[in-house]
Design a protein around this ligand. Structure first.
Ligand SMILES: [Zn+2]
Ligand SMILES: [Zn+2]
Length: 238
């Protein structure tokens, strides 16, 4: 899985999950919206569960394990991570290429706020890229860091930050995110087949997302990129 947001509470309930549970997460960064689901992820709250978490090395020298240990403990949470029944294994990664199960994973540090990774996962000849939080150039121009380009090149599916309209970006240009237009530009620039607009602004309602999608899909048609808006419960076949 990618990231550990609140959706974890509602995904993979007790039924249908093999026991003992074995899982792995590619975690982009430590901001709240990406980590707070972890202690509520039911499959890991059972004896024998084993969960590997790959996350960015911190620039203050702390390991990923130390960061989680500092967050999941009283008074923020009733017990510490070590007291949960499952085993959590934390792996510090940066610009790396590695295997998780049978999946080929490429991680690259990408522009955001604090150390943040994007991931490229390849399996069975298909590639999915996850770039959830991506700071575009502050002046609103189009440009792409080498690491991000290495992730996106020729992907079948790119799940990309699409938080702002150009007008909103002017107000919040250093908040670590980008516009829908930028997401589409990255996809077209890197020869991506399908773009999932993701990390919608939290204040956006569904109708507004639909409107942004309509414009982006129309523009995507012209540039050879299929575009859709990610939403809760959506299943995509690659
Ligand atoms: Zn973030
Ligand atoms: Zn975020």
């Amino acid at each position: 899985m990618f990231d550990l947001g609140t959706g974890l509470r509602y995904s993979c309930g007790q039924s249908g999950v093999p026991s003992p549970f074995r899982g792995a997460c590619l975690l982009t960064h430590m901001h709240w919206d990406h980590i707070q689901g972890l202690p509520f992820f039911m499959p890991t709250l059972r004896d024998g569960a084993h969960f590997d978490i790959y996350a960015p090395t911190q620039d203050d020298g702390r390991t990923v394990a130390e960061v989680f240990d500092a967050i999941i403990r009283p008074p923020m949470f009733p017990i510490s991570l070590r007291e949960l029944p499952g085993t959590f294994n934390f792996h510090d990664v940066a610009d790396d290429d590695f295997m998780v199960g049978g999946y080929q994973v490429r991680s690259r540090l990408v522009p955001h706020i604090g150390n943040t990774l994007g991931f490229r996962v390849t399996w069975g000849g298909k590639t999915v890229v996850y770039l959830s939080d991506h700071q575009m150039p502050l002046d609103g121009s189009m440009g792409l860091a080498d690491g991000a380009r290495e992730l996106c090149e020729g992907a079948d599916l790119l799940i990309h930050d699409a938080q702002y309209t150009p007008h909103e970006f002017v107000e919040k240009n250093n908040w670590g995110h980008c516009t829908v237009d930028y997401a589409l530009w990255v996809a077209a620039e890197c020869g991506v087949k399908t773009l999932a607009l993701f990390h919608h602004d939290p204040a956006r309602c569904d109708d507004e997302v639909d409107q942004l999608l309509e414009a982006a899909a129309c523009e995507g048609d012209k540039r050879g990129v299929q575009v859709f808006a990610a939403h809760e419960g959506l299943t995509v076949t690659v």
